[in-house]
Ligand binder design. Structure first.
Ligand SMILES: *Cc1c(COP(=O)(O)O)cnc(C)c1O
Length: 395
């Protein structure tokens, strides 16, 4: 008989009872170091007292009113995002998928408002992941995700990662914009070079296209800047953020420059839950922490420690790992052929460390941004020990 929970996930046989910082405990009291953070969501760690208090307080006063009325928490969070990014306006939604898909709608709407309704197609790159709705599956074009869900939604053209010739060749009179993740997360922690991102900006400007960054995974301090685009020296026209912005509360946002946002007139888009008072309490509490002076410097320091440790492990265990990659606290170890990332993740669990498999045979580490130097040392010694065990079992 089918279990009551639909079997769409091949789950690890683990369940957690409570958490604190980068640590989780199961019901038997066994402690795990959480370097998966619920897939880069628990940005400020589990049960951060400031976040817990903000949610508790708001839940006791008012959770939801709908967007038929003004929501002061929305105005506050939107203004803070505007003050700290390229964006001039923000729309709040509930998930990464929604945040990216709204960005695609905005690309179309912008060209429609500017007399070019024929411009509706969006260029994405191989290895992309933008979510699981029918449209976002078609944006990502990953065969394993699309299987059985055809036909694809029209309007997406995919080109090879890091290939500007292919990208230029894909631009036509119907092209509306370009959508990329500055560091591909699900695709296997694949950073796009500064030069590539700068070229995307140039090409977008040359052809009158909009440039959108999917920062659902890289945003909210994950790379040591509030948003990863800050490393590139250019700005996008649209940016989608989610995962870490709610710190565990479901929250996403689509941000844009004025010229794009002004096409989104009353009635053009909506969300019942999006930006409700409870979500805004969570988002504002996360930003209180992430925007506090020195916080992002701490992320960069932690990132340096973790990255150099992973580099060293990869050097010491060339029969297990090809190398470490990524920046900030979105890092990965690429396994060699013959070693499967899923097996490594399982072996790490056995030794008390949680990580997340990513595409391209990569083991992904996305710890809470509040991870301590001791947590990182402990994680590195678990990874070191596990690598030796894998080596020995293969010998
Ligand atoms: C997780 C993710 C999404 C989808 O987010 P959901 O909240 O699962 O809908 C989209 N884009 C990127 C880059 C992601 O990492």
């Amino acid at each position: 008989m089918i279990p009551a929970v639909m079997p769409t996930y091949a789950r690890y046989d683990l369940a957690f009872d409570h958490g604190e910082g980068a640590h989780l405990w199961d019901a038997e009291g066994r402690r795990y170091l959480d370097f998966g953070a619920g897939i880069a969501v628990a940005s400020v760690g589990h049960c951060h007292p400031h976040l817990v208090e903000a949610i508790r307080d708001q839940a006791g006063r008012l959770m939801h009113t709908s967007n038929l009325y003004n929501i002061p928490g929305q105005e506050k969070l939107a203004q803070r995002l505007v003050d700290n990014t390229f964006a001039d306006a923000v729309f709040f939604n509930n998930s990464g998928n929604e945040a990216v898909e709204m960005g695609v709608k905005m690309m179309r709407r912008y060209h429609y408002a500017n007399g070019h309704p024929e411009r509706y197609r969006v260029i994405t790159v191989s290895g992309a992941f933008h979510g699981r709705s029918l449209a976002m599956l078609s944006a990502g074009k990953q065969e394993k995700h699309l299987k059985g869900f055809g036909p694809e939604v029209d309007g997406f053209d995919q080109v090879a990662f890091d290939n500007l010739n292919e990208l230029r060749a894909a631009i036509g009179p119907e092209t509306a914009g370009i959508l990329v993740e500055p560091i591909q997360g699900e695709g296997g922690i694949r950073p796009m070079s500064k030069e590539y991102l700068q070229s995307l900006r140039k090409i977008a400007d040359e052809f009158g296209l909009l440039l959108m960054f999917d920062e659902v995974q890289t945003g909210v301090g994950r790379t040591g800047k509030l948003y990863a685009y800050e490393w590139s020296g250019i700005t996008p026209d649209i940016l989608a953020t989610a995962k870490g912005i709610g710190g565990g509360f479901p929250l996403g946002a689509t941000m844009a420059t004025e010229k794009v946002a002004e096409a989104m007139t009353a009635g053009s888009h909506g969300s019942t839950y999006g930006g409700n008072p409870l979500a805004m309490a969570a988002g504002n509490a996360v930003l209180d922490i992430v925007l506090a002076p020195g916080f992002l410097d701490g992320v960069q320091k932690a990132a340096d420690q973790l990255k150099s440790g992973l580099d060293e492990i990869a050097r010491k265990h060339p029969s297990v790992f090809e190398g470490a990659r990524g920046t900030g606290l979105i890092l990965g170890l690429k396994c060699v052929d013959g070693v499967t990332n899923g097996d490594v993740v399982k072996a790490l669990i056995g030794n008390g460390l949680l990580s997340v498999p990513a595409g391209d045979n990569v083991v992904r580490f996305v710890p809470p941004l509040v991870v301590t130097a001791e947590d990182i040392s402990e994680a590195l010694s678990i990874i070191e020990k596990t690598s030796s065990e894998i080596e020995q079992s293969a010998a």
